[in-house]
Design a protein around this ligand. Structure first.
Ligand SMILES: C[S@@+](CC[C@H](N)C(=O)[O-])C[C@H]1O[C@@H](n2cnc3c(N)ncnc32)[C@H](O)[C@@H]1O
Length: 212
């Protein structure tokens, strides 16, 4: 996500000025930080991530979600922080070491394959990274092999339908529409599992693979 979106206070003011009803979803106990609009604890809770789970953060960037995921899965669980960008991989290594996140493993992915272990991952989370993936239906069809039975894929993306507001913070092409994501995931063989209604400026769509 562009650094411009990291201006939480300005975002709140713009949402209010635009009369955006989603302003009530801002976490005002975290004014001035990304948590105000990203609500990481609520995201983890909505996904039902529990102690012992295996989670992949696909397109982990600078590792914003890693402390929250690491705490939720606990010492008996595992977080795979997947990145394709060598600079991000180096930054992730450093922040995981600094945070002493022993249950987080950095995985160097390929653009067409996240290099996750087969049939192991309970939740694959993509935050602001879905729109970076090329050939998405083929990519997510392949990803099904990495999911544990009952595994889910959660996609959080800047909401295209807030375009006018978000264009003040984001470069073009960095937003998605829920309907387009549903169509692509259906093409990849998934069905909708839930759409948690907790985030003010991002869509939050969760998918699963129907049993045969
Ligand atoms: C906008 S950043 C989001 C980072 C983080 N999820 C967050 O919300 O702070 C998108 C990240 O996705 C990564 N990325 C792009 N294509 C990818 C792929 N095919 N597999 C894994 N990561 C990818 C980029 O390198 C970038 O770090």
């Amino acid at each position: 996500m562009s650094p411009r979106i990291l201006s939480p206070l300005l975002l709140a003011l713009v949402l209010v000025a635009a009369g955006c009803t989603n302003v009530s979803k801002l976490d005002l106990s975290n004014v001035g930080s990304r948590a105000m609009w990203q609500r990481p604890d609520d995201v983890v809770r909505a996904l039902g991530i529990e102690s012992g789970d295996v989670v992949a953060d696909l397109g982990a960037g600078d590792g914003y979600f890693e402390p929250y995921l690491a705490e939720a899965v606990g010492a008996g669980g595992r977080v795979y922080a997947v990145e394709v960008d060598p600079g991000a991989v180096a930054g992730l290594d450093a922040s995981i070491e600094a945070g002493n996140l022993e249950n987080v493993e950095v995985v160097v992915g390929l653009p067409e394959d996240p290099n996750l272990p087969d049939r192991e991952v309970d939740v694959v989370l993509l935050v602001n990274s879905y729109h970076h993936i090329d050939e998405r239906p083929a990519y997510f069809r392949r990803l099904r092999a990495d999911l544990a039975p009952g595994g889910q894929v959660a996609i959080i993306e800047p909401n295209e339908d807030l375009g006018g507001v978000l264009s003040l913070f984001l470069d073009e092409g960095h937003t998605s529409r829920a309907g387009d994501v549903h169509a692509e995931m259906a093409e990849a063989g998934y069905r909708s599992a839930s759409s948690p209604d907790v985030l003010p400026v991002q869509i939050f769509e969760v998918f699963e693979v129907p049993s045969p």
